[in-house]
Design a binder for this molecule. Structure first.
Ligand code: NAD
Length: 355
């Protein structure tokens, strides 16, 4: 049994689905704890209905009593911690919630995990893992041509989001060094793929293009990000959870640097091919807007450590992954429409399961 936090969000739900499908993990149950904020979506997990290996609990990682109760009841052998506020723009407009969930929430979870771990019999204690899922944004911004971030790159977070994630990474590290909690941390580049909430760059562009709306590109669009298909992130987490060395951090990335404007043009070209618009090429909708304050110019991940130590490699190239992603959004218009409507929130209030 593993406990996943934030397993109704974009990456967390992909991880839970992947875990319960993969031949090596599908027999091990998942307790999935999620507060179901605006970013949490139980629809992502609909295919697991009736699967006794999946137990969903709606709750907040800041609730220490709930955390203690869950850990005592289910006695997981690992915690995989995704739950976070994750949108940089939202962190600029309202950083408070980011400090609460990402910093205070991680602290609360670490303390509950420490008490649980200490209560385990010796034989189970050494096998226990606290896997913290983090981002490459903690390393700050890279100059053009500078080498990609390795795990020893100094932390230089620039947004309230990345600062809160950096703080949580430091807490996790300290809980290992001070208390011996068996932790591993992964810092991953930008993910894309199915179930991505349509406020983030790639789904926003697909959804807006299909609706004939402007495709807003910050500044000159030359901000460079490293992109990884979400299922490759999931396989990287599985690899680190299984074989990562205690107290270590592992970068996960796809060696796939792309400028934002090029991503938008790629999406437009794929849509031109897969769903041509009689009004003309989708690129006509590209609209440059004022840049985000403090916008990092470039992130790039050096993923050689996880490749060397654990033999992990991404299965998708950017070309194959982005094609699958655009096709997924074309095939799931209902999911998108529901995400954008108030109906989903109403459905949620009456349909979530609490155990
Ligand atoms: P997301 O915003 O899609 O999902 C976050 C989930 O956490 C949601 O389901 C939400 O309901 C839940 N949540 C929020 N606050 C909570 C709380 N207080 N208690 C319990 N649940 C809560 O985010 P995501 O993109 O899936 O990211 C997941 C993790 O991966 C985050 O920790 C993020 O920092 C990290 N990460 C994301 C990316 C990326 O490209 N999206 C890249 C690297 C790392």
């Amino acid at each position: 049994m593993i406990l996943v936090t934030g397993g109704a969000g974009f990456i967390g739900s992909n991880f839970v689905l992947d875990w319960l499908e993969h031949p090596q993990t599908r027999d091990e149950a998942v307790v999935n704890l999620d507060a179901l904020t605006y970013a949490g979506n139980l629809r992502n997990l609909e295919s697991l209905q009736g699967n006794a290996k999946h137990v969903f609990v709606r709750g907040d990682i800041c609730d220490r009593e709930l955390m203690d109760r869950l850990l005592e009841q289910h006695r997981p052998r690992a915690i995989v911690h995704f739950a976070a506020e994750s949108h940089v723009d939202r962190s600029i407009h309202g950083p408070g919630e980011f400090m609460r969930t990402n910093v205070q929430g991680t602290f609360t979870l670490l303390e509950a995990a420490r008490a649980h771990w200490a209560s385990l019999p010796e034989s189970e204690r050494s096998a226990f893992r606290f896997h913290h899922v983090s981002t490459d944004e903690v390393y700050g911004s890279l100059a053009p041509g500078a080498p990609a971030f390795t795990e020893t790159h100094p932390y230089e977070p620039n947004s309230p989001y990345s600062a809160s994630k950096a703080a949580s990474d430091h807490l996790v590290r300290a809980w290992h060094h001070t208390y011996g909690l068996p932790v591993v941390t992964t810092n991953c580049s930008n993910n894309y793929g199915p179930y991505h909430f349509p406020e983030k760059l790639i789904p926003l562009m697909i959804v807006n293009a299909l609706a004939g709306k402007p495709l807003p590109v910050y500044g000159d669009g030359q901000q460079i990000r490293d992109w990884l298909y979400v299922k490759d992130h999931c396989s990287g987490i599985r690899a680190v959870l299984q074989g990562g060395r205690l107290g270590e951090t592992y970068n996960i990335g796809g060696w796939n640097e792309q400028a934002n404007i090029d991503i938008v043009k790629t999406i437009c070209a794929l849509l031109d091919e897969l769903r041509p618009d009689p009004a003309g090429a989708y690129a006509r909708l590209i609209t440059h807007v004022a840049d985000r304050p403090g916008h990092d110019r470039r992130y790039a991940i050096d993923a050689r450590k996880i490749e060397r130590e654990l033999g992990w490699r991404p299965a998708e190239t950017f070309e194959s992954g982005i094609r699958k992603t655009v096709q997924w959004y074309l095939d799931h218009a209902e999911w998108v429409a529901e995400m954008q409507s108030g109906e989903y929130r109403e459905w949620l209030e009456t349909n979530y399961v609490q155990r």
